[in-house]
Design a binder for this molecule. Structure first.
Ligand code: NAD
Ligand code: TYD
Length: 330
């Protein structure tokens, strides 16, 4: 299959490209703007096997170039960090909103299947039970609101124009190549450096952890077997409160709990996410990696791949960290 993977230089996109090139022999075009979160390094071992187009999804000419001759589009490209969306929502509206629109128009013109990579955050928070694909959409942050708007636009292209659209809504991902603004890599790298571990609020917020290759394979199922116009949840096998995630990282890195520091809570912080993935299981997908095993693999990967994170931790990320947490990294 010839695929256009937008945002393929980011965390989940690069893991997806690796799976499609190595396990499916796909011909892949990557379109990526290379924001702070997108790096060619994320594709280091497959970069010679793909066509790389440096451009933005909201730029119709870059999209027209990249989409030429493909069978399907998979869109990962997005601004993805909730804390950044609270501080500066602007780029979230442009990329997640306008960018999705430009891609949909190009897919409509080309007449190709379109998969939107979305998130459990569109449903908002749930105290008990799990969200299904028909649960109401109640996003809380500018990030999740712009992702919700994008999902609705995608569905409208199915209903109005008959474009073959699909949506895959994943729960919190973790694994190799995740930018260290997100909970797990932030805590792993801070713990490895003896920096404080900033836990928001009481640390009892619960996330439904999904190993990144399980999400990549789930998106592959949706792409190949999903029914046009449908939404599929892709949830992880385990849920865990943040404080427990952090304590496991403390112990996996040989530290003690004195590194943990409770800090001011995130505004509008969703308490719990939980997805039911029954519908996707019906297509034969199953998560393979449990949290205990995946977390250990992730800690090991960060420990071993200093080449990957050293330039990040000594670059612009330092300023971001100081702005966000009011203290310098060690
Ligand atoms: P990421 O922030 O690591 O990567 C985003 C990628 O998109 C980067 O390569 C970046 O350069 C690129 N990009 C950003 N703006 C762009 C633009 N305007 N044009 C072209 N490229 C652009 O994100 P991620 O964690 O890999 O998430 C990928 C997708 O999966 C997103 O759509 C996100 O909403 C969704 N998702 C993420 C998670 C998670 O836990 N990280 C969970 C569920 C769904
Ligand atoms: P994050 O990785 O930002 O993902 P999301 O907000 O999309 O779920 O955060 C995961 C959880 O960890 C969330 O409840 C917020 C919390 N968190 C902290 O407690 N401290 C931190 O420094 C970060 C980045 C997140």
């Amino acid at each position: 299959m010839k695929l256009l993977v937008c945002g393929g230089a980011g965390f989940i996109g690069s893991n997806f490209v690796r799976i499609r090139v190595r396990e499916h022999g796909d011909d892949v075009v990557v379109l990526d703007k290379l924001t702070y979160a997108g790096r060619r390094e994320n594709l280091h071992d497959v970069i010679d096997d793909v066509r790389f187009v440096h451009g933005a999804i909201e730029d119709p000419s870059a999209v027209a170039d990249a989409i030429d001759g493909v069978d399907a589009v998979v869109n990962f490209a997005a601004e993805t960090h909730v804390d950044r969306s609270i501080a500066e929502p602007d780029a979230f509206v442009t990329t997640n909103g306008q960018g999705t629109y430009v891609l949909l128009e190009a897919a409509r013109k080309a007449g190709v299947r379109y998969v939107q990579v979305s998130t459990d955050e569109v449903y908002g928070s749930i105290e008990e039970g799990s969200f299904t694909e028909t649960s109401p959409l109640q996003p809380s942050s500018p990030y999740s609101a712009t992702k919700t708007g994008a999902d609705l636009l995608v569905l409208s292209y199915f209903h109005t124009y008959g474009l073959e659209t699909l949506i895959a809504r994943g729960s919190n991902n973790y694994g190799p190549y995740q930018y260290p603004e997100k909970l797990i890599p932030l805590m792993v790298l801070n713990a490895l450096h003896g920096d404080k571990l900033p836990v928001y609020g009481d640390g009892m917020q619960v996330r439904n952890w999904l190993y990144v290759t399980d999400f990549g394979r789930g998106i592959g199922h949706v792409l190949e077997q999903g029914a046009a116009g449908e939404v599929y949840n892709v949830g992880g096998p385990d849920e865990c409160p943040n404080i427990e995630v952090v304590k496991r990282i403390v112990s996996a890195t040989g530290n003690d709990d004195s590194l943990i520091e409770y800090v001011t809570d995130r505004p509008g912080h969703d308490r719990r996410y939980s997805l039911s993935s029954e519908k996707l299981r019906g297509l034969g997908w199953e998560a393979r990696v449990h949290f205990a095993e995946g977390l250990q693999q992730t800690v090991d990967w960060y420990r071993e791949n200093t080449w990957w994170w050293e330039p990040i931790r000594s670059g612009d990320y330092r300023e971001y960290y100081e702005r966000q947490y009011g203290r310098a990294l060690g």
